[in-house]
Design a protein around this ligand. Structure first.
Ligand code: ZN
Ligand code: ZN
Length: 133
């Protein structure tokens, strides 16, 4: 079972199912909420994610559209996104304790990629907008 936490350790979680795929998101929101050029995210079924400690510390920011961004209110770590309609969860790979068993397989929203960091020449498919489902 995979486990993870925020930076301060106040929030801990576990995943009851293995991850199936992951990718890099270069959208402006991911840049803002992480302070980095891209965010590595994995898709998780909502029912697979269990907060085992510090659920009361998790805060949510809901943009005008799209998924809510949930984070630790003590240390500010971005934890996951949660889509109100679909229930889809986008887990931030950097919060995991161990090897997630999957590797990012695409780059999405590259049309908005940060000008200060080239997208790595890693052979992964690049999508101007959201990765087609
Ligand atoms: Zn924290
Ligand atoms: Zn993004």
């Amino acid at each position: 079972m995979l486990t993870g936490s925020c930076l301060c350790g106040g929030v801990r979680y576990e995943l009851t199912e293995p991850l199936t795929y992951a990718g890099y998101c270069h959208c402006t929101r991911c840049q803002r909420r992480t302070g980095t050029a891209a965010s590595a995210n994995a898709s998780v079924k909502a029912e697979s994610l269990r907060v085992t400690q510090g659920a009361e510390l998790v805060r949510s920011y809901q943009p005008e559209d799209g998924a809510a961004k949930e984070f630790c209110s003590v240390c500010g770590s971005a934890l996951w996104s949660r889509h109100a309609q679909t229930g889809a969860v986008g887990l931030r790979l950097g919060t995991l304790d161990e090897d997630p068993g999957v590797r990012p397989t695409y780059h999405q929203f590259v049309a908005y990629a940060a000008p200060w960091e080239p997208i790595p020449d890693d052979g992964l498919p690049r999508y101007e907008e959201r990765r087609p489902s």
